[in-house]
Design a protein around this ligand. Structure first.
Ligand code: ATP
Ligand code: MG
Length: 421
């Protein structure tokens, strides 16, 4: 048998409810903040990511799934959601519409990475994007949305918000020079990636995961000391807003984020419950992204969360999650009774009860065993006598009590039971 490609995973029906919990929570929380869903293509022109994500980012330099299509165009499976949303925002004329523009997405993304716990080649993200607002209030809203999402998932007590500002082009240029001066004496001993970052984008050196390089980055100059007055004021106001909203954070001058489009605010929610892949959600402001893509500049802020990592945290945290079990299993003793069962099942479903019936021509004993495995609350047994009488035995599985109930009253009977308990 052909096997699943490396770095990908099947979501099986037995774990679907876990994914639905995360996705439903994402949708509900986004809605509370007035964010509406956006869906963009799974693949885009390669150029979009090269420009949007930035050609010094890890994503563009080594992680993209790029291929030529039959028309000879270079196409890339999206490695993240922001660039596609930015393109759609501009291409659909939304830049001239009502602002702020607020959208969220639930997508799968593709990166050619070394697979490990919390790092896959196809993974899933919940992301939110807010265009048009340059104010620190917009950063605060994005961060508060992210925090509420994690709180609703019941993992807010094991994640920490880390916050930084990487300034604007002007202050970053000054900082870049300071970093080059600091790293120059060591750069020959650092990894190949860092040597190329040194020329193109020295800030990215701070994001190096190589243990040897980390030794040098520890004492590097701090971005916050190089912020211009405007960037500093923006950062101070944001911190003030988060404090007033009661959201704790740690200023972490080492966060630079992996994507090139960020400016000013960057943030991450991290956890120590799931090993090395500790960032569950990351985001920031990207006021120059649209410019970089040759569109009219519009300020923007957003974030993306990795759903696989969130599920790992929820598992580690033992967040109590229960799947809704079938309300009713209908057992049939003979062919006609099974037929009657199928029709009764339709009636019960009409009333909103999750209902299953025998499709396997099993013995009564085997049907009870299966109903038990499903965790069904009730089993309804139909045989020849029941059909003649127009009533069936309705058995409550947990307390093993059963009662005879007319077919047409079964849905009311079961709902009545739920109302009482
Ligand atoms: P990392 O530093 O872990 O590589 P990143 O900076 O590349 O993360 P982003 O591009 O900001 O991550 O993506 C946002 C979130 O998506 C991450 O915080 C993480 O939760 C998730 N994520 C990123 N890459 C992967 C992956 N290969 N597999 C699973 N989740 C991922
Ligand atoms: Mg990465």
């Amino acid at each position: 048998m052909i096997q699943i490609p490396k770095g990908t995973k099947d979501m099986l029906p037995s774990e679907a409810y876990l994914w639905h919990t995360v996705e439903d929570t994402a949708r509900e929380v986004a809605k509370l903040y007035g964010f509406k869903e956006i869906r963009t293509p799974t693949f885009e022109h390669t150029e979009l990511f090269a420009r949007g994500v930035g050609d010094t980012s890890d994503i563009v330099t080594k992680e993209m799934y790029t291929f030529l299509d039959k028309g000879g165009r270079s196409i890339t499976l999206r490695p993240e959601g922001t660039a596609g949303v930015a393109r759609a925002f501009v291409e659909n004329g939304l830049q001239g519409g009502a602002l702020p523009f607020k959208a969220y997405y639930l997508i799968s993304a593709f990166r050619y990475e070394r697979p490990q716990a919390g790092r896959l080649r196809e993974f899933h993200q919940f992301g939110a994007e807010l265009y048009g607002a340059a104010s620190p209030a917009a950063d605060a809203e994005a961060i508060l949305l992210a925090a509420r999402f994690l709180r609703e998932l019941q993992i807010d007590d094991c994640v920490e918000l880390h916050l930084n500002s990487i300034g604007c082009k002007t202050c970053r240029a000054r900082y870049g020079e300071a970093l080059r001066a600091y790293f120059r004496p060591h750069i020959e001993e650092m990894c190949e990636d860092c040597r190329s970052r040194f020329e193109k984008n020295p800030l990215r050196i701070l994001d190096c995961k190589n243990e040897h390089c980390k030794r040098f980055t520890a004492g590097a100059p701090c971005m916050l000391d190089y912020l211009c007055d405007d960037c500093r004021a923006h950062f101070e106001e944001l911190k003030g807003l988060l404090e007033k909203a009661g959201l704790p954070y740690t200023v972490d001058p080492r966060i630079v984020r992996g994507l090139d489009y960020y400016s000013r605010t960057v943030f991450e929610f991290t956890t120590d419950l799931i090993g090395a892949q500790s960032t569950v959600l990351g985001g920031g402001r990207y006021d120059t992204l649209l410019e970089q893509m040759d569109a009219k500049p519009t300020p923007a802020v957003g974030f993306a969360a990795g759903l696989e990592r969130l599920l790992l945290v929820m598992e580690a945290r033992e967040v109590p999650l229960a799947e809704r079990v079938p309300d009713v299993y209908i057992a049939g003793l003979d062919k006609e009774s099974r037929e009657q069962g199928l029709l009764l099942a339709e009636e019960l479903r009409e009333a909103g009860l999750i209902t299953e019936c025998d499709l396997m021509d099993r013995s009564l004993k085997a049907q009870f065993k299966y109903a038990d495995k499903l965790g069904a609350e009730f089993v309804v047994v139909i045989g020849e006598a029941e059909r003649a009488e127009g009533a069936a035995e309705v058995r409550h599985m947990r307390d093993s009590r059963s009662e005879r109930v007319k077919f047409q009253e079964i849905s009311q009977y079961i709902k009545g039971y739920y109302r009482r308990t």
